[in-house]
Design a protein around this ligand. Sequence first.
Ligand SMILES: [Zn+2]
Length: 256
Amino acid sequence: MPVPTSSTRFPREPERPPAQQITVEVDDQYLLMHMIQGTELGAFIENEIHPSVAAVQKLVRELSAVDYSLVIARSEETPAAAARLLALVKDSSEFGAARQETLELRTEVDSEWRQNAARSTALMREVTGFEFGQDTYRVFVTHPSMRNGAYFGNQEIAWGGMNEWPNYRTVYLWHEILHDEKWLGTGELNHAVLELVADNELRVRLNGGEYPPWEGHPSLTPIRERILPQWREYLASPGKDLRAFLAKVSDQEGKT
Ligand SMILES: [Zn+2]
């Protein structure tokens, strides 16, 4: 009779690191302010002002030209002016329609994140060595016709309607998360490394393909190109530590 070995016992479930959590929210005042400030066609994905946003802009101009101007001016009086305008329009059909469209975007972003959270967190942990998933980022979505994507600080992110390829929102929400000071912050070299991690490596791991061709800010392409050989070495090495990689390339960039 064979002696039972430890392998015949039920193996313990390996501990799964937590998936990165986000909450996707619509803040009415920020939504209204962002729509009012969409005065350039370039603020819109289709390069034309969406009718729902145009209707809100027209309404607020009619109701208070002064507060409209204060919101456009992006001064310290802007938040108070936006709050007064919100009080005037929040029950209007114009704002209601734009808000409803934004709530639909909220659902889409939320469901894409949920679908990819466990897998993308594991990939991001592997590529960076960072302990993601210990906290929650708040994502404030704005009208789906508009471009938006920014890290506000304090684990708060702004996000709009861009969705250019599969898993686009997953990749770019990770981009914004990496802008948190506790990960990579906002320096130029760090931003280039951030784009290697998210816009390029994470994208390719989720969708296949290769880089270059690059995703990311064109102004950072020269740095990405310069550090690409070290980046390839880093990716091939075991036990990755992105801070050590940064220290190495920052040294090298300092000498060029
Ligand atoms: Zn960025």
